[in-house]
Design a protein around this ligand. Sequence first.
Ligand code: AMP
Ligand code: ZN
Length: 457
Amino acid sequence: MTLQLFDTYERKVRTFEPLKSGEVGIYACGPTVYNFAHIGNLRTYLFEDLLKRVLIGNGYRVNHVVNITDVGHLTSDADTGEDKMELGSKRTGMTAWELATFYTEAFQKDLERLNVRSPDIWCKATDHIQEQIDFVSDLESKGFTYCTSDGVYFDSRKLNNYGYLARLDIDGLQAGARVNQGERRFVTDFALWKFSPEDEQRQMEWDSPWGKGFPGWHIECSAMSAKYLGDFFDIHCGGEDHIPIHHTNEIAQTEASRGSRLANFWMHGYFLQMDNAKMAKSSGEFLTLDVLIERGFTPFDYRYFCFTAHYRSQMSFSWKSLEAAQTALSRLYEAFASWGQAGDASEEYLARFHEFLNDDLNMPRALAVIWELVRSDEPDEVKKATLLVCDEVLGLDLADWEPEEVIVPDEVLRLAEDREGARQAKDWAKADALRDEISSLGFAVEDTREGPVVTKS
Ligand code: AMP
Ligand code: ZN
């Protein structure tokens, strides 16, 4: 069973073969840590977690690198506007450094709660300033840069395949965007190093051969991926918004400097939409994992919710669909918990489950196989053993689930006792009235052979 993955660069599904036998290097663009991650961002990290688990399931050792953008990402992807970190510092009153630590930790906590496997390497842009300066110097020595009054820029016309990843219509872009071009020679040129503004003291700035300033946003990923994974590695991931600018520019820098391709596969997670609009941190209107938890959902409910759409299709968020995911997942947990001891797994179901995942991570179809198994006539111990294996990819921690402990208030227990007394006395009208009272408090009484049992309704 070969692993098939969609490669954005070639715009087709290709058979995955690692560059080094048995080992896979993955670089995933991490968050810009000026605010909390929203559930859209988290969808992208859940997709990358799925990819990693499927690779591990195929027997590969995965070296997974995620960066933290803590400097240089400007409010406009076109290298204008303020640095998001400096802006976040003004918004919160924290220093840019404190802000970075605070939101990095919040992000890592979100991933942990979602049961996303921790990357092997976390790397921060501000810890790799020298590597970025060296990269820009190398590009300069090869004639790919020029200086303007506000920074050092990459000369995109020096590369004949610039923009191939996004199939950019370069001439169309140039015709449409002269206004925003500033001193850049061409609309697709981008900043490698920006000078600190003269009229404002930046919190994050460094000396460089070109003057005091800070790195452009894209250079960190070319420099850090080369450092940790080499110049040409297996898979580069990110959200679909990175295709036309960020990843396009990472490719340009690496091809110009190293003369090699950056990654063998380019994979992109598609957006989570809210009310048909993109969910964006910059708009200030977004949902975080904490908001979901406040509304009574668990991180696993959101994990399961993301499984219901293919990573290459956009997905709409609604509370209703999250509730449906929660209900389905509770059923799965309850079924699993009711099955007793695990026996031997069903090879047939496992094969079908993995076959769908190896078909470009088709989780919705793989999930359908899980439900088919749950409803099948297979013995419980087979179901349990099979799901345990599947859970290595699902990451739902099925075996750790325990039914929520219901604390019944004393008042409700007293009402239940009174009702039982009324029943014994055959006072059915009183018993019914007490049942209604119990129900109005959010509980239900069930009469079992062992006596009445109170549950949450
Ligand atoms: P950022 O922190 O904005 O750099 O984004 C972190 C990651 O989330 C990147 O891989 C983005 O492509 C991705 N992303 C941003 N917005 C969304 C969204 N609405 N849905 C899914 N992924 C997103
Ligand atoms: Zn990146």
